[in-house]
Design a protein around this ligand. Structure first.
Ligand code: HEC
Length: 136
């Protein structure tokens, strides 16, 4: 009787070990893949709805006569504007009103034209897009 139990235990032990070995292998293989994909998805801000909407409004207004994303034209490069200010509700509000009222002094003595037909909502959407260009 004792002998049979010993054989049973040995057999069980053998199978347990064997199973354990294969299981560890397969879990490692499945967990590494999704982790590797995450950083790439986070980096692309151009897919965000705020970015798409703001860019569309900028394209439909006269902004590009005086602004480019990476180069100073008559007005500062939009990316320089984004890097100058913190991206928070107070900056959004200030920039939206500046876009509507125009003005000078933050980048030099050339004034930005007023856009008094723009709604605060559209001006804010454009300011959001500009601030998303931040890279520091
Ligand atoms: C006639 C040229 C001109 C046009 C058109 C223009 N801008 Fe400007 N913009 C400027 C100038 C010049 C400045 C710098 C003003 C200053 O020194 O404070 C400026 C500044 C800005 C700033 C930064 C404001 C600040 O206080 O830092 C934003 C944001 C901006 N423009 C967005 C826009 C958007 C959006 C449009 C389109 C609706 C637009 N601009 C159209 C000339 C222009």
């Amino acid at each position: 009787m004792k002998k049979i139990i010993t054989i049973c235990l040995l057999t069980a032990g053998f199978y347990a070990c064997n199973n354990g070995g294969t299981e560890t292998k397969s879990t490692t293989a499945t967990t590494t893949e999704p982790a590797a994909e995450k950083p790439a998805a986070k980096a692309d801000v151009t897919d965000s709805p705020d970015f798409v909407k703001g860019l569309e409004l900028v394209n439909n207004n006269d902004c590009k006569t005086c602004h480019k994303v990476d180069e100073k034209l008559i007005g500062p490069a939009f990316r320089d504007v984004a890097n100058k200010y913190p991206n928070n509700p107070s900056t959004l509000d200030t920039l939206a009103h500046k876009i509507i009222k125009g003005g000078q002094g933050n980048w030099g003595s050339i004034p930005m034209a007023a856009h008094d037909k723009l709604s605060v909502e559209d001006a804010t959407a454009m300011a959001k897009y500009v601030l998303l260009l931040k890279n520091n």
